[in-house]
Ligand binder design. Structure first.
Ligand code: AHR
Length: 317
Protein backbone atom coordinates (compact mmCIF):
# COMPACT_ATOMS: atom_id res chain seq x y z
CA UNK A 1 0.00 0.00 0.00
CA UNK A 2 1.37 3.48 -0.80
CA UNK A 3 1.23 6.46 1.49
CA UNK A 4 -1.34 8.00 -0.84
CA UNK A 5 -3.80 5.16 -0.33
CA UNK A 6 -3.40 5.23 3.44
CA UNK A 7 -4.03 8.97 3.65
CA UNK A 8 -7.77 8.84 3.27
CA UNK A 9 -8.09 5.98 5.69
CA UNK A 10 -5.99 7.71 8.32
CA UNK A 11 -7.77 11.02 7.86
CA UNK A 12 -11.08 9.29 8.47
CA UNK A 13 -9.70 7.33 11.43
CA UNK A 14 -8.29 10.46 13.07
CA UNK A 15 -11.59 12.27 12.67
CA UNK A 16 -12.14 15.56 14.50
CA UNK A 17 -10.01 14.66 17.53
CA UNK A 18 -6.71 16.56 17.44
CA UNK A 19 -3.39 14.78 18.00
CA UNK A 20 -1.73 17.36 20.23
CA UNK A 21 1.92 18.25 19.69
CA UNK A 22 2.68 17.56 23.35
CA UNK A 23 1.84 13.89 22.73
CA UNK A 24 3.77 13.67 19.51
CA UNK A 25 6.93 11.69 18.92
CA UNK A 26 8.83 12.55 15.76
CA UNK A 27 11.92 10.81 14.41
CA UNK A 28 14.53 12.97 12.66
CA UNK A 29 17.11 11.33 10.43
CA UNK A 30 19.77 13.99 9.89
CA UNK A 31 22.57 13.58 7.32
CA UNK A 32 25.41 14.47 9.67
CA UNK A 33 27.33 17.65 10.39
CA UNK A 34 29.23 18.35 7.20
CA UNK A 35 28.64 22.10 7.20
CA UNK A 36 27.85 25.08 9.40
CA UNK A 37 24.44 25.21 7.74
CA UNK A 38 23.73 21.57 8.63
CA UNK A 39 24.68 22.18 12.27
CA UNK A 40 22.33 25.18 12.33
CA UNK A 41 19.50 23.12 10.87
CA UNK A 42 19.98 20.50 13.59
CA UNK A 43 19.94 23.17 16.31
CA UNK A 44 16.84 24.86 14.92
CA UNK A 45 15.00 21.54 14.52
CA UNK A 46 15.68 20.59 18.15
CA UNK A 47 14.56 24.06 19.29
CA UNK A 48 11.37 23.91 17.20
CA UNK A 49 10.48 20.49 18.62
CA UNK A 50 11.13 21.60 22.20
CA UNK A 51 9.06 24.76 21.73
CA UNK A 52 6.12 22.63 20.62
CA UNK A 53 6.53 19.97 23.34
CA UNK A 54 7.37 17.33 20.72
CA UNK A 55 9.50 14.36 21.73
CA UNK A 56 12.18 14.41 18.98
CA UNK A 57 14.19 11.27 18.37
CA UNK A 58 17.38 12.38 16.65
CA UNK A 59 19.65 10.15 14.55
CA UNK A 60 22.89 11.39 12.97
CA UNK A 61 23.65 9.30 9.86
CA UNK A 62 27.28 10.42 9.54
CA UNK A 63 26.78 11.06 5.80
CA UNK A 64 25.66 7.49 5.05
CA UNK A 65 22.37 6.61 3.39
CA UNK A 66 22.44 3.11 4.92
CA UNK A 67 22.45 4.72 8.39
CA UNK A 68 19.48 6.87 7.41
CA UNK A 69 17.56 3.83 6.21
CA UNK A 70 18.35 2.00 9.48
CA UNK A 71 17.20 5.04 11.49
CA UNK A 72 13.92 5.26 9.56
CA UNK A 73 13.28 1.55 10.14
CA UNK A 74 13.98 2.02 13.83
CA UNK A 75 11.55 4.98 13.98
CA UNK A 76 8.90 2.82 12.30
CA UNK A 77 9.51 0.01 14.82
CA UNK A 78 9.13 2.51 17.67
CA UNK A 79 5.78 3.64 16.26
CA UNK A 80 6.62 7.35 15.99
CA UNK A 81 3.89 9.74 14.81
CA UNK A 82 5.95 11.19 11.98
CA UNK A 83 9.41 11.21 10.45
CA UNK A 84 11.63 14.03 9.21
CA UNK A 85 14.41 13.04 6.78
CA UNK A 86 17.14 15.15 5.23
CA UNK A 87 18.08 12.72 2.46
CA UNK A 88 21.82 12.57 1.79
CA UNK A 89 21.39 11.44 -1.83
CA UNK A 90 18.45 11.60 -4.22
CA UNK A 91 17.96 7.93 -5.08
CA UNK A 92 17.33 4.65 -3.23
CA UNK A 93 14.50 5.65 -0.90
CA UNK A 94 11.47 3.82 -2.33
CA UNK A 95 11.60 0.66 -0.24
CA UNK A 96 11.97 2.28 3.17
CA UNK A 97 9.37 4.94 2.35
CA UNK A 98 6.94 2.19 1.31
CA UNK A 99 7.54 0.65 4.75
CA UNK A 100 6.72 3.96 6.47
CA UNK A 101 3.61 4.35 4.30
CA UNK A 102 2.47 0.81 5.16
CA UNK A 103 2.87 1.72 8.85
CA UNK A 104 0.83 4.90 8.14
CA UNK A 105 3.64 7.13 9.35
CA UNK A 106 3.89 10.40 7.39
CA UNK A 107 7.38 11.36 6.20
CA UNK A 108 8.51 14.93 5.52
CA UNK A 109 11.66 15.64 3.50
CA UNK A 110 13.90 18.42 4.74
CA UNK A 111 16.15 20.60 2.54
CA UNK A 112 16.81 18.01 -0.20
CA UNK A 113 14.58 16.33 -2.75
CA UNK A 114 14.52 12.70 -3.86
CA UNK A 115 13.81 10.79 -7.07
CA UNK A 116 10.76 8.84 -5.90
CA UNK A 117 7.03 8.83 -6.38
CA UNK A 118 5.75 11.81 -4.46
CA UNK A 119 2.92 9.74 -2.98
CA UNK A 120 5.61 8.23 -0.73
CA UNK A 121 6.01 11.35 1.38
CA UNK A 122 3.69 13.96 2.85
CA UNK A 123 5.60 17.04 1.72
CA UNK A 124 9.12 18.34 1.02
CA UNK A 125 10.36 21.53 2.65
CA UNK A 126 13.17 22.81 0.46
CA UNK A 127 14.43 25.86 -1.35
CA UNK A 128 14.39 26.01 -5.15
CA UNK A 129 17.83 24.48 -5.55
CA UNK A 130 18.04 25.14 -9.30
CA UNK A 131 17.08 28.77 -8.73
CA UNK A 132 19.90 29.17 -6.20
CA UNK A 133 22.46 28.04 -8.78
CA UNK A 134 20.90 30.26 -11.43
CA UNK A 135 21.10 33.32 -9.14
CA UNK A 136 24.81 32.56 -8.53
CA UNK A 137 25.43 32.29 -12.29
CA UNK A 138 23.52 35.48 -13.09
CA UNK A 139 25.39 37.31 -10.35
CA UNK A 140 28.70 36.35 -11.99
CA UNK A 141 27.45 37.34 -15.46
CA UNK A 142 26.70 40.84 -14.12
CA UNK A 143 29.91 41.03 -12.16
CA UNK A 144 32.08 40.16 -15.20
CA UNK A 145 30.17 42.55 -17.47
CA UNK A 146 31.40 40.85 -20.65
CA UNK A 147 34.99 40.19 -19.52
CA UNK A 148 36.44 36.70 -19.99
CA UNK A 149 36.32 34.49 -16.93
CA UNK A 150 37.57 30.96 -16.30
CA UNK A 151 35.48 29.47 -13.50
CA UNK A 152 36.19 26.60 -11.13
CA UNK A 153 33.29 24.84 -9.41
CA UNK A 154 33.20 23.01 -6.09
CA UNK A 155 30.25 20.64 -6.16
CA UNK A 156 28.34 19.31 -3.18
CA UNK A 157 28.00 15.63 -2.26
CA UNK A 158 27.84 13.49 -5.38
CA UNK A 159 24.30 12.25 -6.04
CA UNK A 160 22.68 14.76 -3.67
CA UNK A 161 19.89 16.94 -5.03
CA UNK A 162 21.61 20.24 -4.18
CA UNK A 163 24.77 19.16 -6.03
CA UNK A 164 22.76 18.17 -9.10
CA UNK A 165 20.37 21.13 -9.09
CA UNK A 166 22.84 23.86 -8.12
CA UNK A 167 25.15 22.72 -10.92
CA UNK A 168 22.31 22.78 -13.47
CA UNK A 169 21.05 26.13 -12.20
CA UNK A 170 24.47 27.77 -12.46
CA UNK A 171 24.93 26.46 -15.99
CA UNK A 172 21.53 27.96 -16.88
CA UNK A 173 22.58 31.25 -15.29
CA UNK A 174 25.73 31.61 -17.42
CA UNK A 175 24.24 30.08 -20.59
CA UNK A 176 24.67 32.26 -23.66
CA UNK A 177 27.63 34.13 -22.16
CA UNK A 178 30.61 32.80 -24.09
CA UNK A 179 33.00 34.89 -21.99
CA UNK A 180 32.29 32.61 -19.00
CA UNK A 181 33.63 29.07 -18.97
CA UNK A 182 33.69 26.39 -16.27
CA UNK A 183 37.19 24.94 -16.60
CA UNK A 184 37.20 22.59 -13.58
CA UNK A 185 34.40 21.05 -11.56
CA UNK A 186 34.78 18.53 -8.75
CA UNK A 187 33.06 17.52 -5.55
CA UNK A 188 34.22 18.96 -2.25
CA UNK A 189 31.48 17.00 -0.42
CA UNK A 190 30.05 20.19 1.16
CA UNK A 191 32.91 20.30 3.70
CA UNK A 192 35.41 23.01 4.53
CA UNK A 193 38.31 20.54 4.55
CA UNK A 194 37.54 19.10 1.12
CA UNK A 195 36.83 22.57 -0.26
CA UNK A 196 40.38 23.52 0.65
CA UNK A 197 41.96 20.33 -0.71
CA UNK A 198 40.11 20.49 -4.04
CA UNK A 199 40.77 24.23 -4.47
CA UNK A 200 44.47 23.54 -3.92
CA UNK A 201 44.35 21.01 -6.75
CA UNK A 202 42.50 23.51 -9.01
CA UNK A 203 45.14 26.17 -8.31
CA UNK A 204 47.91 23.74 -9.04
CA UNK A 205 46.37 22.43 -12.24
CA UNK A 206 45.27 25.76 -13.69
CA UNK A 207 47.71 28.23 -12.15
CA UNK A 208 46.05 30.71 -9.77
CA UNK A 209 46.32 33.63 -12.21
CA UNK A 210 44.25 31.67 -14.76
CA UNK A 211 41.26 31.26 -12.46
CA UNK A 212 38.93 34.21 -12.37
CA UNK A 213 36.05 32.91 -10.25
CA UNK A 214 35.01 30.15 -7.89
CA UNK A 215 31.44 28.91 -7.65
CA UNK A 216 30.97 26.70 -4.56
CA UNK A 217 27.75 24.79 -3.87
CA UNK A 218 28.00 25.83 -0.23
CA UNK A 219 29.75 28.40 1.94
CA UNK A 220 31.80 25.90 3.90
CA UNK A 221 33.63 24.75 0.78
CA UNK A 222 34.12 28.42 -0.19
CA UNK A 223 35.63 29.18 3.22
CA UNK A 224 38.03 26.23 2.84
CA UNK A 225 38.91 27.44 -0.66
CA UNK A 226 39.58 30.97 0.64
CA UNK A 227 42.31 29.50 2.83
CA UNK A 228 43.82 27.66 -0.14
CA UNK A 229 43.76 30.85 -2.26
CA UNK A 230 45.50 32.84 0.48
CA UNK A 231 48.14 30.15 0.92
CA UNK A 232 48.77 30.35 -2.85
CA UNK A 233 49.60 34.04 -2.38
CA UNK A 234 46.43 35.34 -4.04
CA UNK A 235 43.65 37.58 -2.76
CA UNK A 236 40.29 35.79 -2.48
CA UNK A 237 37.43 38.07 -3.47
CA UNK A 238 39.75 40.16 -5.66
CA UNK A 239 42.05 37.93 -7.71
CA UNK A 240 39.42 35.21 -7.62
CA UNK A 241 35.75 36.18 -7.26
CA UNK A 242 33.78 33.86 -5.00
CA UNK A 243 30.07 33.11 -5.00
CA UNK A 244 28.49 30.36 -2.90
CA UNK A 245 25.25 29.30 -1.21
CA UNK A 246 23.88 29.16 2.40
CA UNK A 247 24.68 32.61 3.83
CA UNK A 248 26.10 31.21 7.06
CA UNK A 249 27.75 33.72 9.43
CA UNK A 250 31.27 32.87 8.22
CA UNK A 251 30.28 33.80 4.66
CA UNK A 252 29.01 37.20 5.83
CA UNK A 253 32.26 37.63 7.75
CA UNK A 254 34.28 36.78 4.62
CA UNK A 255 32.23 39.20 2.48
CA UNK A 256 32.68 41.94 5.10
CA UNK A 257 36.45 41.30 4.93
CA UNK A 258 36.39 41.51 1.10
CA UNK A 259 37.45 37.86 0.78
CA UNK A 260 34.20 36.60 -0.73
CA UNK A 261 31.72 38.37 -2.99
CA UNK A 262 28.26 36.84 -2.78
CA UNK A 263 26.18 34.15 -1.11
CA UNK A 264 22.58 33.00 -1.48
CA UNK A 265 20.72 32.40 1.73
CA UNK A 266 19.23 29.03 2.64
CA UNK A 267 17.20 29.18 5.82
CA UNK A 268 18.16 26.57 8.43
CA UNK A 269 14.56 26.64 9.64
CA UNK A 270 13.09 23.84 7.57
CA UNK A 271 11.61 22.27 10.71
CA UNK A 272 9.15 25.09 11.41
CA UNK A 273 7.11 24.59 8.22
CA UNK A 274 7.69 20.81 8.35
CA UNK A 275 6.30 20.44 11.88
CA UNK A 276 3.40 22.80 11.06
CA UNK A 277 2.49 20.47 8.19
CA UNK A 278 2.90 17.32 10.28
CA UNK A 279 0.87 18.71 13.19
CA UNK A 280 -1.97 19.81 10.91
CA UNK A 281 -2.00 16.47 9.12
CA UNK A 282 -1.97 14.45 12.34
CA UNK A 283 -4.61 16.66 13.95
CA UNK A 284 -7.14 16.77 11.14
CA UNK A 285 -5.80 14.97 8.08
CA UNK A 286 -5.07 18.33 6.40
CA UNK A 287 -2.92 17.76 3.34
CA UNK A 288 -0.10 20.24 2.82
CA UNK A 289 1.24 21.24 -0.61
CA UNK A 290 3.71 18.64 -1.94
CA UNK A 291 6.43 21.29 -1.97
CA UNK A 292 6.80 23.90 0.74
CA UNK A 293 9.32 26.28 -0.76
CA UNK A 294 11.66 28.32 1.42
CA UNK A 295 13.09 31.67 0.31
CA UNK A 296 16.43 32.27 -1.40
CA UNK A 297 18.02 35.69 -0.98
CA UNK A 298 21.22 37.02 -2.54
CA UNK A 299 23.71 38.84 -0.28
CA UNK A 300 26.64 40.81 -1.71
CA UNK A 301 29.13 43.40 -0.47
CA UNK A 302 26.31 45.95 -0.86
CA UNK A 303 24.76 44.51 2.33
CA UNK A 304 25.85 45.26 5.88
CA UNK A 305 27.52 41.89 6.32
CA UNK A 306 29.05 42.69 9.68
CA UNK A 307 25.62 43.42 11.14
CA UNK A 308 24.14 40.31 9.53
CA UNK A 309 27.03 38.22 10.89
CA UNK A 310 26.34 39.47 14.42
CA UNK A 311 22.60 39.01 14.07
CA UNK A 312 22.97 35.43 12.83
CA UNK A 313 25.49 34.59 15.55
CA UNK A 314 22.98 35.84 18.13
CA UNK A 315 20.38 33.54 16.63
CA UNK A 316 22.56 30.61 17.63
CA UNK A 317 24.17 29.60 14.32
O1 AHR B 1 20.97 20.42 1.53
C1 AHR B 1 21.43 21.66 1.88
C2 AHR B 1 22.92 21.71 1.79
O2 AHR B 1 23.48 20.71 2.59
C3 AHR B 1 23.56 22.99 2.29
O3 AHR B 1 23.64 23.98 1.33
C4 AHR B 1 24.91 22.49 2.65
O4 AHR B 1 25.68 23.39 3.41
C5 AHR B 1 24.55 21.25 3.35
O5 AHR B 1 25.53 20.42 3.64
Amino acid sequence: MTFKTTLLASAIAIGPVAAFAADMTIGFSQIGSESGWRAAETTVTKQEAEKRGIDLKFADAQQKQENQIKAIRSFIAQGVDGILVAPVVATGWDEVLEEAADAEIPVVLLDRTIDADESLYLTAVTSDLVHEGRVAGEWLVNEMNGADCRIVELQGTTGSSPAIDRKNGFEQGIAGHGNLEIVRSQTGDFTRAQGKVVMESFLKAEGGENICALYAHNDDMAVGAIQAIKEAGLKPGEDIKIVAIDAVPDAHKAIAAGEMNATIELTPNMAGPALDALEAYLASGAMPAKWIQTESKLFTSADDNEAIFNMKKDLGY
